[in-house]
Design a protein around this ligand. Structure first.
Ligand SMILES: Nc1nc2c(ncn2[C@@H]2O[C@H](COP(=O)(O)OP(=O)(O)OP(=O)(O)O)[C@@H](O)[C@H]2O)c(=O)[nH]1
Length: 600
């Protein structure tokens, strides 16, 4: 190891949502002079507006800090940010691979929560040096002793090693920096070996093209280096390397142990795959960083243009949008009911919401989204295995041997008073309890296997309601298991609307069918004729309802006189129509497509 590398430390901050990660990161930058107080913007690490609004970190980034330690030495610290949501779990694991250590932040008023444990395990798997930090000790309700017990009992770490801190009040900041320098080992690797760089994040920059955030394990990269992306074999010439300080700052080179960015006039962000290894095209490494896997969508939904948006507008918007989001997949799909649109794959529901919101806001697109669904695997009687991403494409039951559905492994942490309510809720979601463990006198860690389809929509909300917001929840994909599943179709005035078909467990089919038609009756506006809604399995009607026809024309109320009033009324009607889709004669609002999700 070179002397230079002895003075580098690479670390992340891991925490449950809202335990104060961004605030602490800002404080560390401020303390080390990376940002002046006056130029400090609200939470610098979260760049996109939408993230700021939602208070969630989506894109990983890496900031270089210079710290003069008490031992008199100058250190280069790389703070690697990790996304705070379960949809981005793979990205979290990749950014941890780029580090040698992690600060495990625990809110002193909340204690250990589900995501604390999930990220702790991820950090352990990567063999990171973990420094526990008890945060928000400035709050009167901080209970440091309780947190210390949890650190010992649940995480098996030495509670005396925990640093007491407050990102907000600026307490313990220097202690944290000293611990980073003294406890986290410097990076290993060799500058003389062929280039080996792990991509842990990417983004699209209008000037630089697609930019890769990397950790260099071996070798060196600089402007002019011909690089190769190992998963695809594609080659590019580097135009710029640098680090965020936190501004994008150009450097002469990045060498073993460093963290920074590489730009190489790459037009498509999909060429920069998170987890992939970059090497020198002329002198390649023989061993990529292990653990690469392509981003895999877990949830699919149909996106269809509506209102004044045309199919071409949506296609253009998706093309532009996906330049900046390598995780989204989309392919054209044609629905007899909705016309031309796209079947899009997302990492999870949050990812889907973000995409939808950004398409609407940044590209001025009006959309109808069909209910999201998981990917089913179908084993046919002939023994073939099919992947079904759109329920309406489920093969005929006579050809199906088995349908398999994805399961997640969920961790729920809750005060013991709510255990009964949670068990009830999870049972209703077809969950299977795996373990039950007290993590302190009043707090329980429950582990379940639950079909992913059951937690897709409102599980988190229901859990929060059932526990008055006290329980926390985290999950990861586990495996595929056979389920007693059937396809349910919805008929509107006798016609099946393919975009409303979905897969349901046989035991719940009647209840769900009933609830859906009732829900749809509420949301479908009255029209000039009767609208009949039926839920059917094959040819069997499970439930039905009707929306009575409108009697009066809306304008009839105006007695033909007042023009402005008439205009206003028409205006109002137009607005109400915004997210409607015409199906033959019937108009369906967006809510009707999502009724399925609320029909449990
Ligand atoms: N009293 C007090 N409040 C804090 C402290 N640190 C953060 N907060 C507050 O806690 C809330 C969450 O802080 P963030 O820094 O946004 O938390 P985060 O963990 O980055 O949240 P995500 O990015 O959503 O994961 C904010 O309202 C902060 O002002 C602290 O040390 N003391």
């Amino acid at each position: 190891m070179s002397r230079r590398m002895e003075h580098i430390r690479n670390f992340s901050i891991i925490a449950h949502v809202d335990h104060g990660k961004s605030t602490l990161a800002d404080r560390l930058m401020e303390f080390t002079g990376a940002v002046e107080e006056r130029e400090k913007k609200d939470q610098l690490l979260d760049t996109l507006d939408i993230e700021r609004e939602r208070g969630i970190t989506i894109k990983l980034q890496a900031v270089r800090l210079n710290y003069k330690a008490k031992d008199g030495q100058e250190y280069t610290l790389h703070l690697i940010d990790t996304p705070g949501h379960v949809d981005f779990g793979y990205e979290v694991s990749r950014s941890l691979t780029a580090c040698e250590g992690a600060l495990l932040l625990i809110d002193a008023t909340q204690g250990i929560e589900a995501q604390t444990i999930a990220t702790f395990w991820q950090a352990l798997e990567q063999d990171l040096e973990i420094i526990p930090v008890i945060n928000k000790i400035d709050l009167p309700s901080a209970d440091v002793e309780r947190i210390k017990e949890q650190i010992a009992d649940v995480l098996g770490l030495d509670p005396d090693e925990a640093i007491l801190a407050s990102g907000k009040a600026g307490i313990g900041i220097q202690d944290i920096l000293e611990a980073i320098v003294n406890k986290i080992p410097p990076p290993e690797g060799e500058e003389d070996k062929p280039l080996k760089a792990l991509i842990f994040d990417s983004y699209y920059d209008p000037y630089r093209g697609a930019v890769a955030f990397v950790r260099i394990f071996d070798g060196e990269v600089k402007k002019g280096t011909k690089i190769k992306l190992m998963s695809t074999g594609k080659e590019f010439e580097v135009t710029e390397v640098g680090a965020q300080t936190p501004q994008m700052t150009q450097l002469d080179s990045l060498r073993a142990g460093d963290v920074g960015y590489i730009a190489a006039a790459i037009k498509d962000v999909r060429d920069i795959r998170i987890g992939d290894t970059i090497t020198d095209a002329k002198n390649p490494t023989d061993q990529p960083v292990p653990g690469f896997r392509p981003a895999k969508p877990m949830v699919y939904a149909g996106l269809y243009p509506t209102g004044s948006t045309l199919f071409e507008d949506l296609r253009d918007a998706l093309e532009k949008y996906s330049i900046n989001d390598a995780a989204i997949t989309y392919e054209m799909e044609s629905s007899p009911a909705l016309g031309l649109g796209f079947r899009c794959g997302f990492l999870g529901l949050l990812h889907m919401e973000i995409v939808q919101e950004r398409l609407e806001r940044e590209y001025d697109i009006e959309l109808i989204t069909t209910a999201p669904n998981v990917i089913y695997k179908v084993i046919t009687k002939k023994g073939e295995e099919l992947e079904v991403r759109n329920p309406s494409q489920m093969p005929d039951p006579s050809q199906i041997d088995k349908i398999l559905e994805p399961y997640i492994e969920a961790n729920i942490i809750t005060p013991n008073d709510y255990v009964g309510a949670i068990m009830q809720l999870v049972q209703d979601k077809r969950g299977i309890q795996r373990s039950f463990e007290y993590i302190d006198k009043k707090t329980v860690l429950l582990r379940y296997d639950i079909p992913m389809a059951e937690v897709l929509f409102d599980f988190h909300d229901k859990l929060k309601t059932a526990t008055r917001g006290y329980a926390s929840f985290d999950y990861e994909f586990k495996d595929y298991r056979p389920g007693y599943l059937v396809k349910m179709d919805i008929k509107i005035n006798g016609e099946i609307v393919d975009a409303l078909s979905f897969i349901v467990h046989r035991d719940k089919a009647y209840r769900v069918g009933r609830n859906i038609v009732d829900k749809m009756r509420e949301v479908i506006p009255r029209q000039l004729f009767e609208v009949r809604i039926q839920a059917v399995i094959g040819s069997k009607v499970v439930a039905s309802a009707r929306v009575a026809p409108l009697r009066k024309d809306v304008l009839a109320k105006c007695y033909g006189g007042d023009i402005t009033r008439k205009k206003k009324l028409l205006e109002k009607q137009k607005k109400g129509k915004k997210r409607m889709k015409q199906l033959g004669k019937v108009e369906l609002p967006q809510e009707a497509f999502l009724s399925i999700l609320k029909a449990e």
